[in-house]
Design a protein around this ligand. Sequence first.
Ligand code: CUA
Length: 330
Amino acid sequence: MIMGRRAQLRLLAVALLLLLPVLAACGTEPQSILDPKSNNAREIHNLGKIFYWSALAVFVLVEGALVYTIIRYRQSKNPEPFHIHGNTKVEIAWTIAPAILVAFLAIMTYSTQAKITTFPENPFVVRAIGHQWWWEFEYPELGISTAGDMYIPAGRDIKVELQSKDVVHSFWVPKLMGKTDTLPGLTNYLWFNAEEPGEYYGQCAEFCGEQHALMRFKVIARPQAEFDAWAAAMKEPPPAPPQSAGLCLGCHTFDATKPSTVGPNLRNFGSRAWIAAGALENTPEHLAAWLHNPEAVKPGNLMSTVVKPGVLTDAQIQELVTYLERLKVE
Ligand code: CUA
């Protein structure tokens, strides 16, 4: 089929229009690097834009030269091909121009890296510890510990100390900061300042075993006063646990002032959106299913080695669901 130039242009315009919603949607994803919400995520995003526009300019230039050459020297206009043995000026130009561009991009990269790895004075420290497959968050200055949701004061410089209990994980909250590995036996650091209160989705970004995909978490940024109120409420002793919680206490604690031992600290379990790091929405029905047979929900998880179907009676499960959902700290 031979198309006229008008028809070709129209086709191109339609194709670009169809692409627009796809590109526009990138920014609204809960885990998008294209919608930065912290100083350092914005630095990274700005660097990404420099790379994007540079790459686009190179693409247009190279493809433009190619298309021009194809049209200008097409067979019908040039039945007799001519030969050249090179053009020194052009060759020097296309060697030097990319070298300058690459040097420019390297300088921009190093300067961004220097900015985001220069730690501020007096940051608020949160320790994020990777476990197969969930995240623990400790607040050394407050003497409390939690899991699943990392609460932080918005508008404050946050320094995250990254550790791992078992294998290599990677801490990644796309809207707040680039990813950094958590390594057993070594502490890594990153920092950011979440400018606005809000909830930001995070995800382990290093393959760490069977349930790597279900190692999700949230960063919940609140105004300082609300964060302080949350921290004070977390320090309150939990309501008295029922008899059936004896089994849980082997691995978990309901007290935020005590560090987690094996499993996540459950002090504010009722306030969490998820069960088992994103495996299920936190509803009483899901929690009952989880307590009945965790292996069916998230194969390979550590709790399954203790809690197998039948270990907890239905009555015990109901008692535990009621208790755990009461453990709210807003
Ligand atoms: Cu932890 Cu992937």
